[in-house]
Ligand binder design. Structure first.
Ligand code: T3D
Length: 267
């Protein structure tokens, strides 16, 4: 049986995915990226899953690409031909970043320790990022002669502005979770011992909300970044049109009028 590099647990309507190579700080191998992709596809396809929570096993969230993975690591043999690591991005990281951004349900990251390189940007690509007080974020790419990937060049300036994005990306220094929250890189810092419970409670809360509207909200916000004001207003109207015909809107209004808890079901 192949090694379980992604542990999968179902907690009611929440699918928990745990990166599971703690001995290497959950550094991402080709095999692990393959399993993560499968796990995300399975969560997206499962109508009973209404939120996804991603965390890491052990003391790290993820140290990014496994630099020892023979699929990507440059050979140290003299004269060996260099590998085209752009192909690794095409094959693994681009589909991963796109999948996270297009999940039909909200995705919460619980960053339990260091998140470096693609590990950091994978977390930042999630919808809500919680981090423990001891966690940190490192745009490690510049230290090894690369540019931020897994969406980093797109995400960083949008999250924290150009000045801070460049500071993080050029220097590749460690940013503590509390500073990540202060500059708007992540949503919230919580005490170490409370991270998983807090993140799970948040994911459960999202799972009980109108999932389809949440996924459309993510898409509308992302799209609005490239739109002028009026086209953004028109897009809002088009989305409201669609959602207005959906079950969840009828249920949400009916529950409000009846003074009861709504039971949403669209995805
Ligand atoms: O294919 C491509 O390369 C293109 C794609 C690129 C995407 C990327 O993600 S590039 C960025 C890759 N990541 C890094 O450069 C980060 C490298 N790691 C570190 O800088 C440090 O390990 C950390 C700052 C993350 C943590 O430091 P520390 O002191 O807490 O732990 P450590 O002692 O450095 O690491 C513990 C173990 O994990 C150690 O193994 P050992 O000596 O106990 O057997 C270390 O080698 C291993 N480890 C950590 N990061 C990686 C790793 N092994 C392989 N790949 C890693 N990225």
């Amino acid at each position: 049986m192949s090694e379980q590099l992604i542990q999968i647990e179902q907690h009611g309507a929440v699918r928990l995915l745990r990166l599971n190579r703690p001995e290497a700080l959950n550094a991402l191998t080709a095999a692990m990226l393959g399993q993560l992709r499968q796990a995300l596809e399975a969560a997206a396809a499962d109508g009973a899953t209404r939120a996804v929570l991603i965390t890491g096993a052990g003391r790290a969230f993820s140290a990014g690409q496994d630099l020892a993975d023979p699929h990507v690591a440059p050979s140290r043999e003299p004269g060996a031909a260099p590998k085209d690591i752009g192909q690794i991005l095409d094959h693994y990281y681009i589909p991963l970043a796109l999948r996270l951004r297009s999940m039909p349900v909200p995705v919460v990251a619980a960053v339990n320790g260091v998140a470096a390189g693609a590990g950091a940007n994978m977390a930042l690509g999630c919808d809500l990022v919680l981090a423990s007080e001891g966690a940190s974020f490192i745009q490690a790419f510049s230290k090894i002669g690369l540019v931020p990937d897994c969406g980093g060049t797109w995400l960083l300036p949008r999250l924290v502005g150009r000045a801070k994005a460049l500071e993080l990306a050029l220097l590749g220094d460690r940013l503590k979770a509390v500073d990540a929250e202060r500059i708007g890189l992540i949503a919230r810092v919580v005490p170490d011992a409370e991270l998983l419970d807090t993140a799970m409670a948040l994911a459960q809360k999202l799972a009980a909300m109108p999932t389809r509207a949440l996924a459309e909200t993510r898409r509308a916000l992302d799209d609005a970044l490239k739109l002028e004001f009026e086209p953004a207003l028109k897009r809002e109207a088009a989305l409201q049109s669609q959602l207005g015909f959906a079950y969840d809107y009828q249920e949400g209004v009916a529950a409000f009028m009846d003074k009861r808890q709504p039971e949403f079901q669209d995805r």
